[in-house]
Design a protein around this ligand. Sequence first.
Ligand SMILES: *Cc1c(COP(=O)(O)O)cnc(C)c1O
Length: 425
Amino acid sequence: MFKFQNSIDFARSMDQQDALKEFRQKFIFPTFTEKPVIYFTGNSLGLQPKKASEYLNEELEDWAKYGVEGHFLARRPWYSYHEQLTELTAKIVGAKPIEVVVTHSLTTNLHLLMVSFYRPQGKRTKILCEAKAFPSDQYALESQVAFHGLSKDHLVEIFPREGDQLIREEDIFAKIEELDDELALVMIGGVNYYTGQLFDMEKITAAGHAVGAKVGFDLAHAAGNINLKLHDWGVDFAAWCGYKYLNSSPGGVSGIFVHERHANDRTLPRFAGWWGYDKSKRFKMEAGFQPMPGADGWQLSNAPVLSMAVHLASLEIFSEAGMEAIGKKRDQLTEYLEFIIDDLSARNQERCTFELITPRDKSKRGAQLSIMAKGQGKSLFEALSKEGVVSDWREPNVIRVAPAPLYNSFEDCFRFGEALQAAIQ
Ligand SMILES: *Cc1c(COP(=O)(O)O)cnc(C)c1O
């Protein structure tokens, strides 16, 4: 086992050996803090790639120069703009190009996908999800159930056991078996936004399919963070936002995955729009919807090019770094941060203790650590902010920190420890 040290020299030597160390230079760090920033909220809003403004400006210039003709004459023609994002995205989530498209926003996409994949019929009417799902997902799921005229108890939640923070996967599997032929859909967040717990999506998919249900995931906290293999795992559908680990601007475009096995199924009901229509005949404007094969067939509208330009800048960085290297650094960096937090916790036992609610097993988490602060809570979080730490507070007493492997360093983790020590005092 590698022995970590809580020292600046050690942190810097780790940074020296970091295969991704050059990537930090590709991002812009916030400057609003009094002390030098320690940015640990890439799980909430990723940093701006330096190339983003260049790509955005190119589109503004082409719009100025060409007006409507930019759809075909722009350097990156707007008509097919989204197509350049497809392959880059497929690599990030472990999909075939036909299985992904970048379009709309996350909650919108979840709804569009549930219209196709949540089809309650006869006895098979229930959705299984995790308790304490992200609020937007809860509302989306509740409203989907209500949309089909079903009562609230058709949405079944899995809770952590009494006294636990995390959900036991065995409880998910047991619930799937119990619901059996009443289960229409399993819809879970791949990584829980609050605890940072990563679920075994391959096994959950297999378990759902074994009882005849469809299986989808919200990957808001997983895309760009976890090494995903959506195709191989056989997941039916998934969606994620572009602005968390994928650094693609506030409210930026989302991505969807629809497994290849559904690519040519024209019988799937869907809410349709012209951009999902067979591209070769789109401008014939004929009645009768004929979807594009694959994920493309779920698009409603023409591409929001300005958002996508910024997204492209980030996706190119992911492509250059590669998810494999990103995953390796993620584990080392997060483990180092965990070590620093434990060290601080041990040294400050009388004043304040911390408990990590995120799993300690690195195969059960990504880059995020959720720290439960006992004793100080919100005042500790505020003191941390004064030390330049940008992190995230969740009631009642959880501080979430996420070192993003593309731009955070081991020195950031060390400096976080110093900030935490200062904040405790
Ligand atoms: C961030 C996040 C969202 C946000 O949805 P938007 O439609 O992008 O506003 C939804 N669900 C989860 C699980 C999230 O983490």
